[in-house]
Design a protein around this ligand. Sequence first.
Ligand SMILES: Cc1ncc(COP(=O)(O)O)c(C=O)c1O
Length: 427
Amino acid sequence: MKLKKSMEYLKKAERLIPACTQTLSKGPTQFVQGVCPVYIQRGKGSHVWDVDGNEYIDYTMALGPVTLGYAYPGTAKAVEKQLKEGITFTLPHPLEIKLAEILIDIIPCAEMVRFGKNGSDVTSAAVRLARAYTGREKIVCCGYHGWQDWFIATTTRDMGIPESTKKLTLTFEYNKIETLEKIFSENKNEIAAVIMEPVSTIEPEKGFLEDVKKITKENGAVLIFDEIVTGFRISLGGAQEYFNVTPDMACFGKGMANGMPLSTIVGKREIMKKLNDVFFSFTFGGETTSIAAAISTINEMKKKNAIKHFWKQGKKIKEGYNKLAKKHGMEKYTECIGLPPRTVIKFKDEKGNDSLEMKSLFQQECAEHGILFTGAHNICLSHSDSDIEKTIEVYDKCLQTLKSAIEKNNIKKMLKGNVVKPVFRKI
Ligand SMILES: Cc1ncc(COP(=O)(O)O)c(C=O)c1O
């Protein structure tokens, strides 16, 4: 497999672009260098081609946004049509209203809607709005919410964030309601909002989301579901529809426009209407090609029952992988977890700690067999039965190699490049 051009671009980027990427999870630290591609040239459906012409089945799908497929004809048509009429204007465009109506129809908590570009735009808007609505400053979060100060303050990558900001964001543990109760009891009348991913790779225990909603309400705070990942994936109306727990506000992004940059904050009218005064405004908020892409994407998802496809194909991957892990006697080291539309393969060493070495070797073997692997499967409408069959065959080989490397205690020796790094260090 040739990677000559990828390596040439990387060399140039090292001089020109800090971190060599615009998105840390797509950068060179996330892939075994010298074995995995660094630059993608194009995609079609569920497949991508790197700049050296190597073809891969992709499961990361640009970290989730590509729900129908790369270069999907319907999206391209909707964007092209809008491009011919203009991209962004001096006044709002009727498409904003059309998409708002669609979202209000499908998302349980949506009574009013505003748009952003990245997920971070709308999670930040939701936090500011909750602060304005409650007159309180502290935020409680659970999950990942974007690159802004109030959230990154809680991570190990908190350089450049004022201490005063760090004090305002507290975190609680998923499925441990007592950790949220403790925060509320120690910060009486100070919490503006609880913002959380309603589900990640671990499912909520019975009553957990309901309890979060109850406690948040009792304490006069606003409940925000961060559905940037779960939206347009677990169910069209998000995890709130799937689990039947309606928050006060919710944030969507990623999957809503098949890769075009669009996000949305939706919620109860009583809170959302405060955005008449709270500042949330930027030049590209109503950019029409992305809105046109979202309308076309949502219509196509409804027409083709994309959600059913995500669950069906995702289940095959999850069950197929876990069956292979068992066959190779590797269940103790690796498992595919999460709800089928988005699963993650975990690797654990003898002591039960996350193993980036194992992940790296698995990724290396996948790349050599035509699968671009980052750990996650974000299933899209274009993932076909033959994609899944080939993937399971490749995973079988990769697990065999990993098993033999573990037995010989030579994972590092078998790696042809660096071990991948976490974006956030473990504390
Ligand atoms: C759950 C969640 N919330 C918010 C964000 C931030 O979205 P963006 O990177 O588009 O700003 C992400 C991004 O990965 C996410 O996974």
